[in-house]
Write a protein that binds this ligand. Structure first.
Ligand SMILES: *[C@@H]1O[C@H](CO)[C@@H](O)[C@H](O)[C@H]1NC(C)=O
Ligand SMILES: *[C@@H]1O[C@H](CO)[C@@H](O)[C@H](O)[C@H]1NC(C)=O
Ligand SMILES: *[C@@H]1O[C@H](CO)[C@@H](O)[C@H](O)[C@H]1NC(C)=O
Ligand SMILES: *[C@@H]1O[C@H](CO)[C@@H](O)[C@H](O)[C@H]1NC(C)=O
Length: 232
């Protein structure tokens, strides 16, 4: 009878592990995070989920509105439980290969904020922290106050040093080249921003309605309420 006991113990440990993991993932409301420690592992890639990728530029107003207003809903209606959300800045930037510098559509200020956002996206791996930080930056963009970005870190209880270090070392722009390459692989290429792609299919001008495309693409069992037609 040792064998079944062992199996039960293993199952219990796995269940416990699952709950610890889940509650860590949902810790946004506490207002502060453990960052920069080994425990803060990457969000595991989930093949059941739908890839939702948003190609944008930090000072593009339609992008800011989409990120701040429309995308916020994924955390309220639980669509986030079925998507791998990927934010890809630098969508309209290009690398001048002669001198290896990046130019941004809305000028150097946009390159600067794109760099900061790239640092943010690569420093913090939990999807809610990433999103709420970019949301805060883009909210400032809408109000023309993007220079006050540092306040977003204090608001979310995140440390300033790692992002300053990343930015000052030029790592944000280096990451930018990776994002620019990633955007260059898109077929068809973006013809406006934000360019929203659901499992490799661009949703075009209907981007505000992205949840519809995500629900349609989802093949898993745990369908969130938002994907169900309204019941009579
Ligand atoms: C690239 O940079 C070089 C050197 O600064 C400049 O002469 C050239 O016009 C740039 N090319 C583009 C497409 O901006
Ligand atoms: C590269 O060339 C662009 C013009 O295309 C110029 O604005 C920029 O200052 C140059 N960068 C460097 C590092 O020389
Ligand atoms: C981006 O693509 C160019 C051209 O294919 C390549 O030379 C460069 O190394 C790539 N950069 C990064 C950071 O992936
Ligand atoms: C989602 O993206 C990942 C990583 O790029 C890729 O491996 C996977 O095939 C994509 N899934 C779908 C359904 O397109």
């Amino acid at each position: 009878m040792v064998f079944p006991k062992l199996v039960i113990t293993i199952v219990l440990i796995l269940v416990l592990f699952f709950f610890i993991y889940e509650s860590e993932g949902a810790s946004y409301s506490s207002g502060s995070y453990n960052v920069g420690h080994g425990a803060d592992i990457n969000t595991p890639y989930d093949h059941q989920k739908v890839n939702l990728s948003v190609y944008y530029d930090s000072l593009c107003q339609s992008c800011a509105t989409f990120i701040v207003k429309d995308l916020l809903n994924v955390f309220y209606n639980n669509l986030i439980s079925i998507v791998n959300l990927q934010l890809v800045p630098w969508a309209n930037a290009y690398v001048n290969n002669t001198n290896n510098s990046i130019s941004c559509q809305n000028g150097p200020d946009e390159c600067e904020l794109n760099s900061l956002e790239s640092c943010a996206l690569n420093l913090w791996h939990k999807v809610d922290i990433r999103y709420y930080l970019i949301n805060c930056f883009e909210y400032l963009v809408i109000g023309g106050k993007s220079m006050e970005w540092v306040n977003c870190l204090s608001q979310l209880g995140l440390p300033k040093e790692p992002i300053m270090k990343c930015f000052n070392m030029g790592n944000g722009a280096q990451l930018g080249k990776t994002y620019i390459n990633q955007t260059a692989q898109l077929y068809p290429p973006p013809s406006f921003l934000p360019w929203v792609v659901v499992n490799n299919q661009p949703v075009g001008k209907d981007y505000a309605n992205f949840a519809h495309y995500v629900c349609k693409a989802y093949k898993g069992a745990a369908v969130p309420e938002v994907c169900n037609p309204p019941s009579k």
